[in-house]
Design a binder for this molecule. Structure first.
Ligand code: GLU
Length: 303
């Protein structure tokens, strides 16, 4: 399969959408990002790498960080994790409060903000130095030691993080989180602020692609847990657009409001795409289109 040519063809095809949508300006530091950027990288389990355009420029991974946090929490708590957070699609926006109130403080899944705030609380409870450990895990799984938090982005999000603060307060009220609200929020925002490029993300997600048990920085996932993590990505990775992503792309994946999307084709490749302009659901416009065309042109999807 000539993936390099396919990436080039995809880019030509999606150019008409280049000005559609806008970057996540509810986080002031992200509003400053040049919205007219695009990068894509596909890495196969056999070691081939196909990069296109700005695949080496780092961006805020935002909610893609939730996959790393989930892998760590699954490694620590195993199936017991699901007492604190569900694994059903929410069908609601990533920052919605509505379900959380009705369902008495147990978030629907770990990939909506409420669920990831619970993951942050678990890591704070279980680890002596969660901020260092999270970064060590991400660096180890992606094979890159220079990946780091962006404190400007984390602080900027904290300053305007009214909805996430409301979510954390409701979780605390229901007893779902046990640490200090401010500590939980700041750790959550720091995880979201991690910066990586498409090449690093594609490398990291190979760990979930080849279905071989792994251990990075002391965190271990069995083959069965990798399968389950991919199932949660498939059903919950795109908030209230999870069905649409499944329908159009047909791969497990996860998006972030920094404009990044990661997807995996089990046993074959992981692919990362980035373009900051988002649609109304918070997913990258060009990114969604690019992945839709990738599985259409290659005729490779899990369905
Ligand atoms: N830090 C973002 C927030 O809490 C993450 C959302 C996302 O990437 O979908 O709003």
């Amino acid at each position: 399969m000539d993936y390099q040519k396919i990436l080039e063809d995809i880019y030509k095809e999606i150019l008409p959408y280049a000005k559609e949508g806008k970057q996540a300006d509810y986080i002031p530091a992200l509003a400053k990002v040049n919205p007219d950027q695009f990068g894509m990288c596909l890495k196969t389990v056999t070691g081939e790498v196909y990069s296109y355009k700005q695949a080496d420029i780092r961006f805020s991974i935002q909610s893609i960080s939730k996959v790393f946090a989930l892998a760590m929490c699954l490694s620590i708590r195993g199936e017991g994790l699901w007492k604190s957070v569900g694994k059903e699609p929410s069908g609601t926006a990533f920052n919605s409060l509505v379900q959380l109130e009705i369902e008495k403080g147990i978030p629907r899944n770990p990939f909506i903000n409420a669920g990831a705030i619970v993951l942050a609380d678990i890591l704070l409870t279980e680890l002596k130095d969660p901020e260092t450990d999270f970064l060590t895990f991400v660096r180890s799984i992606s094979g890159c030691d220079t990946i780091d938090y962006n404190m400007e982005v984390a602080c900027s999000e904290r300053e305007k993080g009214y909805l996430n603060a409301a979510i954390a307060n409701m979780l605390k009220y229901h007893g779902t989180i046990s640490n200090d609200i401010e500590d939980v929020l700041m750790f959550y925002f720091k995880m979201c602020s991690v910066e990586m490029n498409c090449e690093e993300l594609a490398a990291a997600f190979l760990a979930f692609t080849n279905y071989t048990p792994f251990e990075y920085a002391g965190y271990r996932l069995s083959k069965s847990r990798i399968k389950r993590l991919n199932a949660v990505m498939q059903t919950c990775g795109f908030y209230d657009e999870a069905g649409e992503f499944s329908y159009l792309v047909g791969l497990p994946g996860k998006s972030g409001v920094g404009g990044g999307i990661i997807a995996i084709y089990p046993h074959r490749y992981s692919v990362a795409v980035w373009s900051p302009r988002l649609n109304s659901k918070g997913n990258s416009v060009m990114g969604m289109k690019a992945l839709e065309l990738l599985t259409t042109y290659t005729e490779e999807s899990i369905f």
